[in-house]
Design a protein around this ligand. Sequence first.
Ligand SMILES: Cc1cc2nc3c(=O)[nH]c(=O)nc-3n(C[C@H](O)[C@H](O)[C@H](O)COP(=O)(O)O)c2cc1C
Length: 183
Amino acid sequence: MEFSAKNAVIMPEGVFIIGTYDENGIPNAMNAAWGIQSDYEEITLFLGKHKTTENIKKTKAFTVAMATKDTVVISDYFGVETGNRVNKIQKAGCHVHRSAHVNAPVIEEYPLTLECECTGWDDNTGILVGRIVSQQADESILTDGKVDIDKMQPILFDMASGSYRTFGPVVGKAFHDGLKLKD
Ligand SMILES: Cc1cc2nc3c(=O)[nH]c(=O)nc-3n(C[C@H](O)[C@H](O)[C@H](O)COP(=O)(O)O)c2cc1C
């Protein structure tokens, strides 16, 4: 069966919450599914023109929090309302503090946040590149000093059904299982 290219299912897609300040220091957050790790200390996101991108042009900084099962409602809200109209952080009842490393807010309701310096924004392509300067993780999601995905319960965006889902069980070991077939 042939599907329209507009309904292309490219999985998995994450749920990234981009935190920014405007020129008056008012914090904002937006939801973005189109993002990837593009190097060890780099994230790339694909964005239209938003309050968020206007903010980044001014501050050259942003945070990226990973949406979780416990933050589904506020995370979706950040994707269906614009900071051009409302103070979304206030409306969602979130608490923020300024990152110690970049001029962007850390939203305390999220357990894992990347603090990024903007190293590229292109108005034409909508490609945003950030150098990850530091990372904040709550003690509550750590096991032996490492981020524990089972505790964190990050969510994915399921493009096929337009829903959010949690990760499933571990089914293999990376850089290991394929070695069985390697000469
Ligand atoms: C599940 C979901 C995923 C989204 N992914 C993106 C995305 O990858 N890129 C984008 O530009 N907008 C995306 N959006 C739309 C923005 O989050 C939305 O336009 C938001 O209102 C922008 O906020 P702002 O104007 O306060 O910056 C997404 C929205 C939702 C609900």
